[in-house]
Design a protein around this ligand. Structure first.
Ligand SMILES: [Mg+2]
Length: 403
């Protein structure tokens, strides 16, 4: 509590701050069916009030029937208002590919026609394989049932076609072996689609993003298999290579500094495709291109961070789709002598199984040897974070008006 207030105070009165915030599980409670997501309208206004100091960074998408923009329109009860008042959430979606301004104007530099073309075919490539797999695991289901689950499980998103397990997991709440079989079968299926892309001349253009995951092995993300106490990975997305959240941080930082100083430190054409890959190279690029006085205090906010003891050994497998960008923000702060803030929102109160900080502390999320340290943990989930955020935005606006 005390630490929350102290961080809030510091953020309200700092010269330059920059929020980089995940969406699902942070400002939207996790739900099994993404089509039922809800966003508090007060939060939308609070984000807008922060102006250039706020960006989202999410693996979901802004546009399309499943996009966050549809949630904004539902929350505000209007298709016109969000555009007219520029209330869409600005920032990067599709893990760093789809950029949007508050007006809803979208750009996606770095993506080729051929890649977009293949991505649009993925849902129809998944469909027949989905039927086979589900038939095999659940022989009792009829075609109508399978259609029902397919509609919920196969997400036809523009940059990130996804297979989601939650709908099928509902059928095997008590059976972690079956859940594991679902995970393994669909991981194999998604790898087949990757090979199809290769055969069409798109080698190394895509990768599979598994959420949540247990880090990397040989350049691929490690699936978190279901156990009795932890549901493990719930979806696999086929993403464009380079579309990772920590590259997104550089893209957003480039935009922020350009807005503040008139000059983009990494150049006007910087995007995820020409972003350096390793953390060291990214830090070096920042140190070479950004003056300390232009670097804002960055606040990274996420909910998907994992840590799992490796086969009873002393080492840990650490992953989670928010880990890399939060770690990067923390390291970047240290390198610039700025105490960047890392905020963890406990999303276990939603409909999707996640480790609970209330029940088990940081078990399953972090560990004593983890370099990533949280400045604030919102144990009560999105609701608590949103209230804190709304208050902060109000006070920050007041501070800026008076200074
Ligand atoms: Mg999230």
């Amino acid at each position: 509590m005390v630490s929350n207030l102290n961080v809030q105070k510091q953020l309200i009165s700092s010269k330059n701050i920059l929020f980089i915030q995940d969406i699902d599980g942070v400002c939207i409670p996790l739900v099994k069916d993404p089509m039922t997501r809800k966003l508090k309208s007060k939060y939308i206004y609070a984000a807008k009030a922060l102006g250039e100091e706020f960006f989202v960074l999410t693996c979901g998408e802004h546009e399309g029937t499943r996009g966050v923009n549809r949630i904004i329109e539902r929350s505000l009860g209007s298709l016109i208002e969000p555009k007219k008042k520029e209330l869409y959430l600005r920032g990067l979606a599709a893990c760093g590919v789809e950029y949007q301004e508050n007006s809803g104007e979208i750009s996606f530099e770095g993506v080729s026609e051929k890649e977009l073309d293949f991505l649009s075919k993925v849902p129809s490539l998944i469909r027949p394989k989905f039927d086979l797999i589900v038939n095999n695991i659940f022989p009792e289901l009829n075609q109508e049932d399978i259609n029902f689950h397919a509609a919920k499980s196969i997400c036809q998103t523009r940059f990130s076609p996804t297979i989601n397990f939650n709908s099928l997991f509902e059928l095997v709440v008590e059976d972690s072996d079956k859940r594991e079989l679902i995970q393994v079968s669909f991981e194999k299926m998604m790898n087949e689609i990757m090979r199809k892309a290769e055969s069409e001349g798109l080698k190394n253009k895509f990768f599979l993003h598994i959420s949540p995951n247990l880090g990397y092995k040989n350049g691929s993300e490690i699936i978190k298999l279901s156990t009795k106490s932890d549901i493990g990975s719930t979806d696999i997305q086929l993403l464009i290579k380079g579309a990772v959240k920590d590259s997104g941080v550089l893209f957003l930082l480039n935009k922020f500094i350009k807005f503040k100083t008139g000059k983009a430190p990494f150049g006007n054409n910087f995007n995820f495709r020409n972003c350096p890959k390793s953390v060291r190279e990214k830090i070096d690029l920042c140190k070479k291109s950004i003056q300390i006085c232009d670097m804002p205090l960055i606040v990274g906010v996420g909910d998907t961070v994992t840590s799992k003891k490796h086969n009873g050994e002393k080492s840990y497998l650490r992953g989670g789709s928010d880990r890399s960008f939060l770690e990067f923000i923390q390291i970047l702060g240290n390198e610039f002598g700025i105490n960047n803030k890392i905020i963890f929102v406990d999303s276990s109160s939603g409909e999707v199984e996640r480790p609970s900080t209330k029940k088990n502390g940081l078990i399953g999320i972090s560990d004593a040897y983890d370099n990533l340290k949280f400045d604030i943990i919102f144990k009560n989930g999105p609701k608590e974070y949103i209230n804190w955020f709304i208050e902060l935005s109000r006070k920050r606006s007041k501070f800026k008006k008076n200074s």
